[in-house]
Design a protein around this ligand. Structure first.
Ligand code: HEC
Ligand code: HEC
Length: 145
């Protein structure tokens, strides 16, 4: 009896200290895989096709048909403008930023790109040859009747 009591007391102390709470099962989360598992995200193949892509719907920011990793965009510099600003585009053989990019916050016409359009890759991304993450039935709006 005494032995049993000592054992019970010891277990109670161990439980309070968290000793013995050895995790025998893998941790799981509601989302499934163990939070400790290594997650490998494979590199998506960026396409460098040079030709402009079709838009999937009218308001879509066109996808970028060239690589962009060498073009700096920060608070002061925006190298995209070296080719796409209206003042140089023809010379560079690049499409001009559409005129919506020169509209100020209050609708005023500007000669330099609007601050709201400064960070180009907020809206434009290079196309990647990536499988869809979730199965879906997306169709370009031109194909939807
Ligand atoms: C060295 C010049 C150059 C630079 C710098 C450049 N581009 Fe381009 N970009 C081009 C050319 C040329 C095309 C058109 C390709 C064609 O028509 O086949 C193009 C096409 C695009 C298009 C497609 C437009 C459409 O209507 O389909 C987008 C979007 C674009 N660029 C965004 C960017 C962004 C964002 C940056 C900066 C991260 C950038 N570009 C930097 C030359 C450049
Ligand atoms: C807030 C989102 C947004 C930002 C930021 C933005 N764009 Fe766009 N861009 C669009 C949308 C939407 C279109 C297509 C509709 C339109 O022409 O306004 C477009 C169109 C374009 C086109 C195609 C023009 C044409 O007539 O074919 C080019 C080139 C382009 N953007 C380049 C850029 C560059 C370079 C920057 C950065 C200086 C930039 N955009 C910033 C949303 C954006």
């Amino acid at each position: 009896m005494r032995k049993l009591m000592i054992f019970a007391a010891a277990s109670a102390i161990a439980a309070t200290l968290g000793i013995g709470a050895v995790v025998s099962e893998e941790l799981t989360t509601l989302r499934g895989p163990s939070p400790n598992a290594d997650v490998a995200v494979s590199d998506v193949a960026k396409q460098e096709v040079g030709n402009r892509f079709e838009r999937a719907y009218r308001q879509q920011p066109p996808l970028i048909p060239h690589q962009i990793d060498r073009y700096q965009i920060d608070m002061r510099a925006n190298q995209c403008l070296n080719c796409h600003d209206w003042s140089v585009a023809a010379k560079q053989g690049a499409p001009t930023l559409s005129m919506t990019h020169y509209l100020g916050r209050d609708g005023q016409q500007l000669d330099t790109v609007a601050g709201t359009r400064w960070f180009c890759n907020q809206c434009h991304v290079p196309q990647a040859d990536a499988k869809e993450l979730v199965e879906n039935k997306f169709k370009p709006s031109s194909e939807v009747k």
